[in-house]
Ligand binder design. Structure first.
Ligand SMILES: C[S@@+](CC[C@H](N)C(=O)[O-])C[C@H]1O[C@@H](n2cnc3c(N)ncnc32)[C@H](O)[C@@H]1O
Length: 301
């Protein structure tokens, strides 16, 4: 059997199964590609050049076995193979971290233009870093930057540490265990964050695949918006004067906006899909700080 034949066999099997996508891989084709990269231990470009290559019976069996696991356990493919591709880089992932899928990859590619000149960015904070994918990708592509990776989950930070080492970034990236801002003690030129922003109700309604991801990576109280607003409320304290915050809230963008109707949100647009990243400069964060705090207090009260 050639690789193309095996690809088609796996694709047919997966396409007729009751599974969902959206955790790094948007389609059945993406899942099969990731599976074959793992089984053949090759990168995407190499896989692409192997279409007519004969695949041994034992590798075929391995591939089928993994596919059965994907379908029967409704487990995301990235967890089955143990890695995910984000911003063109390979990240180790397992059930301790969210599977990377953020449109931050596109902002990294564009160097945060036009809001920032990335060449002038030195210190970066990736708050709620999970696997470290966003902060580590930024550090990888912009070798003049120093990036702090913060998360409340020690388990997630252990994965980020694996990725930090694999990418050779131990000298420029630090790991910080912190409940949001609690252990952050310096100012940054750029703060990026993809915090949990799903409401408990929505979480319960998500397809089975999402139950494999840590709930604390997805769910935030106050209809999903507590952590995002806590980030907005204090970010100014941790930004240098010309600094920016880029905050992802995904499809909670409109509910965040309606909870804060007097704040003029700037939502970014993406060429490669995704939504819900807003951007603030420090001056605006200071201007609206009392408002963010008041909204938090009114919901806690
Ligand atoms: C949506 S995931 C994002 C992970 C990663 N940045 C990404 O884009 O794939 C949110 C992360 O926030 C972390 N988190 C949850 N509550 C937190 C808190 N109070 N303080 C810091 N991190 C928190 C979770 O452990 C999880 O790793």
């Amino acid at each position: 059997m050639t690789l193309t034949q095996l690809f088609n066999q796996l694709l047919t099997k997966l396409s007729s199964a009751d599974v969902h996508y959206g955790q790094g891989n948007a389609t059945a084709e993406d899942d099969v590609i990731l599976l074959l990269m793992a089984v053949l231990n090759v990168d995407f470009e190499t896989l692409n050049q192997m279409a007519d290559r004969a695949i041994s019976a034992s590798l075929q069996a391995q591939a089928l076995d993994l596919m059965v696991k994907r379908i029967e356990l409704q487990r995301p493919m990235a967890y089955i193979v143990g890695f995910s591709i984000f911003a063109g880089l390979k990240f180790h992932v397992d059930e301790r971290v969210l599977i990377p899928r953020s449109p931050f990859a596109e902002l990294i590619d564009k160097g945060f233009h036009p809001h920032m000149n990335i060449q002038e960015v030195d210190q970066v904070l990736d708050l709620c870093t999970g696997s470290g994918c966003i902060g580590l990708a930024l550090a990888h592509y912009y070798p003049h930057t120093r990036v702090d990776l913060a998360d409340l989950s020690a388990a997630a930070l252990a994965v980020a540490e694996q990725n930090r080492q694999h990418l050779g970034l131990t000298d420029r990236c630090r790991l910080i265990e912190s409940d949001l801002w609690q252990n952050i003690d310096q100012k940054y030129d750029l703060i990026i964050s993809n915090p949990p922003y799903v409401s408990a109700d929505e979480h319960g309604d998500l397809p089975a695949e999402f139950s494999h991801e840590p709930a604390m990576a997805l769910v935030s109280p106050m209809n999903g918006l507590l952590l995002p607003i806590e980030i907005l409320a204090k970010a100014a304290n941790y930004l240098n004067s010309a600094g920016f915050l880029f905050l992802e809230v995904g499809y909670s963008d409109m509910s965040l906006q309606s909870m804060l109707p007097d704040v003029p949100f700037e939502w970014l647009e993406f060429d490669y899909g995704g939504q819900g990243i807003c951007v603030f400069n420090r001056q605006d964060l200071i201007k609206y700080q009392p408002y963010f705090v008041a909204v938090l207090e009114s919901h806690v009260a």
